[in-house]
Design a protein around this ligand. Structure first.
Ligand code: NDP
Length: 244
């Protein structure tokens, strides 16, 4: 399936590493003008070296006011990927308020905030748009030591659905991608231990983790007009994990 984003303007958060970085590069290859937002300047420098057309924005998205200031001049955006997140794993009885606030600030509140900024512009221009929130299989299935992460992704799924409801009348579609484990920097935090990894893959009918490319392909599909009537879905990219 050929997808072109020529003439489209995209913004991707958490663009420095992993899935976000690969999404930025894929969107640029498909012809989009891409704004890459992340908090480590060195990652943005290497991204721009790799693809000079990329517009870098360095900001810690967990900070509301700083984000507002950093994104005030981004201009029109047609496609948004809310990908930035953190995964702090700890047993439920040891969760601290600081870990909770940090996780919800980036995993939920930043997605809401960046979407507000972008969707206000989409609504004003009247041309519609597409927003993809990167959630997780952890939004719908309890995982050991993932209390806060699971709760934050569950919240993100509901945010996706309400955004789809409220933004749909402006032809702004909002959908969610829910991957299984991907061996990025974040994936390695929870799943480097072979015993844990094998326990997880044994519950995935396809018997393997997802590759970054599997997730990126689904993001591109939901951003594109190929999914023009798809709105408010929670799309697992999980080899069947959530089906059984
Ligand atoms: P990585 O940790 O590899 O990359 C996350 C990116 O987000 C980094 O560039 C990071 O920057 C950036 N980021 C984190 N916090 C902030 C912040 N406060 N402000 C700005 N940027 C920030 O993660 P993945 O690529 O693995 O994950 C991408 C998405 O996919 C996330 O939403 C994650 O929850 C989801 N997901 C991942 C899975 C996995 O197994 N990897 C499975 C299911 C879902 P920096 O490095 O500078 O902190």
């Amino acid at each position: 399936m050929e997808i072109s984003f020529a003439g489209k303007r995209a913004l991707v958060t958490g663009a420095g590493k992993g899935i976000g970085r690969a999404t930025v590069l894929a969107l640029a290859r498909c012809g989009a003008e891409v704004t890459a937002v992340t908090r480590t300047q060195a990652d943005l420098n290497s991204l721009v070296l790799e693809c000079p057309s990329i517009r870098p924005v360095c900001v810690d998205l967990s900070e509301w006011e700083t984000t507002e200031a950093a994104l005030k001049d981004i201009g029109p955006v047609d496609l948004l990927v809310n990908n930035a997140a953190c995964a702090m794993l700890q047993p439920f009885l040891e969760v601290t308020p600081e870990q909770f606030d940090m996780s919800f600030n980036i995993n939920v509140k930043a997605a809401l905030h960046v979407s507000q900024i972008v969707a206000r512009g989409m609504k004003a221009r009247g041309g519609g748009g597409s927003i993809v929130n990167i959630s997780s299989q952890a939004s719908q299935c309890a995982l050991q030591d993932h209390a806060v992460y699971c709760a934050s992704k569950g919240a993100l799924d509901m945010l996706t659905k309400v955004m789809a409801l409220e933004l749909g009348p402006y032809q702004i579609r909002v959908n969610s991608i829910n991957p299984t484990v991907v061996m990025t920097e974040m994936g390695r935090i929870g799943w480097s231990d072979p015993e844990k990894a094998n326990a997880m893959t044994s519950r995935i009918p396809l018997g393997k983790f997802a590759e970054v490319e599997d997730v990126v392909n689904s993001i591109l599909f939901l951003l594109s007009d190929k999914s023009a009537m798809t709105n408010g879905v929670i799309l697992p990219v999980d080899g069947g994990f959530l089906a059984c």
